[in-house]
Design a protein around this ligand. Structure first.
Ligand SMILES: Cc1ncc(COP(=O)(O)O)c(C=O)c1O
Length: 410
């Protein structure tokens, strides 16, 4: 595709052509929660179940070989998409949450003990907080939460200070905040952390769908993301891990497919990534994710990023113009995520009123309760944009918000 044609992109998503309510078209602004699926992904799922369905890595029959080839081809596509050195660095999981729990339960349980520090941030999704809290309760290490500055960026001076104390073993931070939209400089954090002898895990759940991610350039040790937020199916996610680190990690879940040999006196384990994929994996979902990667690659991640940056700037300008509406997070480098408050109207009411205008947004704490507490808020309303959204949809959204604030001011 020579240039980004949003109308053509929209045509690839069947759900966008069905009405939301009787005669109101759908404006889907809940992409941060999950994205819609293009026909190519739906077709990949149907194709697999219709023509190639079998279990992977087990059968010697033709269908099983086809299923295995398609599953491993998806892994190669994902590896290329994030510029991993090898497909062996790509572990399929159920999603970002499981990827982070995998690191906590394998690398974390083997390496973290009393006296150590895990450095994370106040802006994390619960998926990158709770696993560390659970493990800290068991292993006795400390968690230090990096503060967020008034513009919504991380306090990097504090990061340098804490890292210089020499007790941090892991920095676990989000690449992009699902509330503030802030895009954190993972590369800078990696440099600081590695100089202090710590590894870095980045949560890419809100990054991969709108920005090219190059794990080699970032030099990050672990990178976690979900397929369903990047136009792929639910039930599939990725943990990227540097090969030497994955190879040194013990398994987490035990069962079929993750072993080398099993006797009644014990077992030895397969090399990564199989070591971390016990049981029948989400085969169709991985193949669907491969189709989503192909779809995004055909659009071009630079074009996708340009479209969403432009749209985000357009939406921010609109929202800045509406009295009583306050966007949280003012980072210059930001994801297409706009969380906001409307003076005097509860976020749930805002979301409900927008829904009646056909606009799907999210209201609540967005699984970031500590961040909301830090902001002095209980909840926000969040519009999060995707590749099929348009300026005209932003206009409708802004007008609906304007009407809402006017009605309320009366
Ligand atoms: C920043 C961030 N991390 C992690 C997650 C969890 O993703 P999943 O529910 O797909 O595991 C989300 C989902 O909203 C997120 O926004």
């Amino acid at each position: 595709m020579p240039s980004y044609e949003v109308s053509r992109v929209r045509g690839d998503f069947p759900i966008l052509s069905q009405p939301h309510h009787a005669d109101v078209p759908l404006i889907y602004f809940d992409n941060g929660a999950t994205s819609q699926k293009p026909q190519a992904v739906l077709d990949a799922l149907t194709q697999f179940y219709t023509h190639h369905n079998a279990n992977v890595h087990r059968g010697i029959h033709r269908l099983s070989e086809e299923a295995t080839e398609a599953y491993e081809a998806a892994r190669r596509k994902v590896a290329r998409f994030i510029n991993a050195a090898s497909r062996r660095e790509v572990v399929f999981t159920r999603g970002t949450t499981e990827s982070i729990n995998l690191v906590a339960n394998t690398w974390g349980r083997a390496n973290l003990r009393a006296g150590d520090v895990v450095l994370t941030t106040v802006m994390e999704h619960h998926a990158n907080l709770v696993p560390w809290q659970m493990l800290a309760a068991e292993r006795g290490f400390e968690i230090h939460y990096l503060g967020v500055l008034p513009d919504g960026t991380l306090d990097m001076a504090e990061a340098e200070r804490v890292l210089s104390e020499g007790r941090v073993r892991l920095v676990a931070l989000t690449h992009a905040s699902n509330v503030l939209g802030t895009v954190n400089s993972v590369r800078t954090m990696v440099r600081l952390a590695h100089a202090a002898g710590a590894l870095v895990l980045a949560d890419g759940a809100q990054m991969v769908a709108h920005h090219a991610v190059d794990v080699a350039a970032l030099e990050v040790d672990f990178y976690a993301f979900s397929g369903h937020k990047m136009y792929g199916p639910t039930g599939i996610g990725v943990l990227y891990g540097r090969r030497a680190i994955l190879e040194a990690m013990p398994p987490w879940m035990g069962g079929g497919d993750m072993i080398e040999t099993v006797t009644l006196s014990g077992s030895t384990y397969a090399a990564p990534p199989a070591r971390f994929e016990a049981g029948t994996p989400p085969i169709a979902q991985a193949i669907g994710l491969g189709a989503a990667v192909d779809y995004l690659s055909t659009l071009g991640m630079e074009a996708v990023h340009a479209h969403l940056s432009e749209l985000t700037a357009y939406a921010l300008a609109w929202l800045a113009d509406i009295a009583g509406v306050e966007v949280v997070g003012r980072s210059v480098k930001r994801a297409p995520v706009l969380a906001f408050t409307v003076e005097g109207v509860h976020p749930h009411d805002v979301a409900q009123l927008l829904d009646s205008a056909g606009i799907a947004v999210r209201a609540g704490h967005h699984c970031a309760m500590p961040l909301h507490a830090h902001l002095g808020l209980v909840a926000t309303t969040r519009a999060s944009l995707g590749i099929y959204n348009t300026r005209a949809e932003i206009d409708t959204f802004a007008q609906a918000l304007k009407d809402l604030t006017h009605v309320h001011a009366r």
